[in-house]
Design a protein around this ligand. Structure first.
Ligand code: ATP
Ligand code: MG
Length: 278
């Protein structure tokens, strides 16, 4: 399973149209096998997150991690947040969902609201949609002129370079489901009264624009998968797999930070004596 990150890494030349969204790269087991695997990965993830937080608190380590989740409706972003991010201590997480920009946000540069949501030192930031909407939905719906969105790829690369240089590890995940699987998911939302709140009639309109989105996703991957901030392409038809894979991506990024428990900056024996005497 530890080769999942390498297997998912976007390779130049790969076409979004050819993706096997039903695949489970790096995991040969079934859904039943995924459950115990997920449980043990969750434990490891929780420990690594605590290490990150502890090193900031006790040793002023300024590093952070930022998970960027980008995908079409019903790709399973919500499930990743609930099951994967939910496995760690919320104290150390900064979660932001990016919807349609407010008037205030629109009055600023597109990265303005993004900068305000960046994870503080020691934290794991989670972007549920992201600055990439500004080259996806914005491009597909011509919300700004082509020369404006066209310039954003380079702007995003420079911005992410700045983040990485400041000590933030970026994990960018592009989530793909097949149109059939998306149909199934949307139908489930319609058939289940406890899921009506998740249903948005506009999702069908976006679905009909899939060919245009496919082009926009392709351009996003081709132009913003850099050495400092590579994309990972995640097959999402099997939700149990996509959750397992994102957990692996987070674990890999945190392990690269090579963290250990910060040593006490006080005299332990002296503190024990003081405690007994108190
Ligand atoms: P779910 O996948 O569960 O439906 P969601 O992420 O779609 O959740 P919503 O609040 O339903 O959440 O939708 C957010 C909408 O805002 C999406 O259609 C997205 O494309 C749109 N959006 C996000 N950022 C921008 C942007 N910069 N400009 C225009 N639209 C945006
Ligand atoms: Mg939606």
């Amino acid at each position: 399973m530890s080769d999942i990150p390498a297997l998912l890494r976007f390779r130049p030349g790969v076409s979004v149209a050819d993706l096997d969204t039903d695949a489970t790269p790096g995991f040969s087991g079934s859904k039943a096998d995924a459950a115990p695997a997920q449980a043990s990965l969750n434990e490891r993830l929780a420990e690594l997150q605590e290490l990150l937080y502890a090193n900031w608190k006790a040793a002023d380590d300024r590093r952070s991690v930022l998970l960027v989740l980008q995908g079409m409706d019903a790709a399973g972003k919500g499930g990743i947040v609930k099951h994967v991010v939910g496995a760690v201590n919320p104290m150390g997480v900064r979660y932001t969902a990016f919807g349609k920009p407010t008037d205030e946000e629109l009055a600023h540069h597109f990265l303005w609201r993004i900068r305000r949501a960046l994870p503080p030192p020691g934290h794991i930031g989670v972007f549920d949609r992201s600055h990439y909407e500004d080259v996806l939905i914005v491009r597909v719906h011509n919300l700004v002129p082509p020369q404006v969105w066209g310039a954003r790829y380079d702007e995003i690369n420079a911005f992410e370079r700045e983040l990485v240089d400041a000590g933030t590890s970026l994990i960018k995940v592009a989530m793909f489901i097949s149109l059939d699987e998306q149909k199934k998911q949307l139908l489930e939302r319609l058939d289940d009264p406890t899921k009506h709140w998740k249903y948005n009639p506009g999702d069908i309109d976006e679905r009909l624009m899939w060919p245009a989105y496919q082009q926009a996703y392709q351009a996003m991957l081709d132009r913003t998968s850099t050495d400092h901030a590579p994309w990972h392409v995640l097959p999402c038809d099997r939700r149990w797999y996509s959750r397992l894979a994102v957990t692996e991506l987070l674990i890999e990024a945190l392990e690269k930070l090579d963290l250990s428990w910060p040593p006490a900056d006080f005299d332990i024996e002296a503190e024990k004596r003081r405690l007994f005497d108190s």
